[in-house]
Design a protein around this ligand. Sequence first.
Ligand SMILES: *Cc1c(COP(=O)(O)O)cnc(C)c1O
Length: 352
Amino acid sequence: MSWVTALARPEILALQPYEYAPWEAGATRLHANELPWRPARDASAAGLNRYPEPQAPELIERLARLYEVAPQQLLIGRGSDEAIDLLTRAFCAAERDAILVCPPTFGMYANAARIQGAPLVSVPLSAARGFELDADAVLSHYCLTQVKLVFLCSPNNPTGNLLSEEAILTVADGLEGRALLVVDEAYLEFSQRASLASRIRQRPHLAVLRTLSKAHGLAGARLGTLIADPEVIALLRKVIAPYAVPQVILEAVTELLSPEHLGTLPTRIARICAERSRLGHSLAALPGVTAVLPSAANFLLARFVDAARALARARAAGLLVRDLRTVRGLEDALRITVGTPEQNDRLLEAWA
Ligand SMILES: *Cc1c(COP(=O)(O)O)cnc(C)c1O
């Protein structure tokens, strides 16, 4: 029995996937109850009257090249949010199989656990050590309960720090075969760190989340990728809605993953990182700001003497920043996305 078979929900292993209408180039489609005519003004290549191709091979191929992994290691869905949901549903039986998270972190992991009814185990990041991962604490808590999934986020949202690669791999090695470790790399492009995706071949119980929503500037396209062992991918392909990614998005994103778009990335990322540094220094110099945390992402976490007042002043200037006051340990903090130099200046003025 493989480790995936041992970990996944038996119902999902036994599930007969929905038989979608297959794609055959050149053949006439009389098998999917589609209308034979395109709608007026339909500019799509394939025709919006047709169901899109599930896990479209060309897009998968391009993403595999982008992330330097094999196509069989990829699952695409509606943002990495969908992958988080699918992992939870495929591995965690309600009221039995737990999810371990390290707060303060991205809220979707806990949400997915709650929706599925999976117990949630929290092992906080170490605030005293700059929100670093405590690998020993994760491994000892994991032994106490039937944890199936561990989510780590690096760079972490909302604190902005990278977790130590050594600590992540210590967790991975400690979990081997007993739980799946999912590392969310949504902001990796803004850091100098290499992806952990290359480590999946040696550690099949490691998985990585990537998204086009942040550095690629495609949040509206809702396209995220799970990189994992082919056996995990095959399992999740049984669970994902067959036509998860709409045709217009498939075509637009496939087109955007061209050298022309990809060529614009380094400059844009460098600009954001330069502004991150400038904004960080300027924020730290404001009298109302008590701390600005070092960030490897496209946002900054700042602590305030009076966060409520800072929030109100930003709002009055027509600027929205993220209120973190309900997050444990961040009651005095706001999260600020790095904008254009002009937008950042407006924020600094509002808080001057
Ligand atoms: C923004 C973000 C994502 C991206 O989610 P999508 O559904 O792909 O847009 C994933 N993880 C974290 C931690 C994020 O902050």
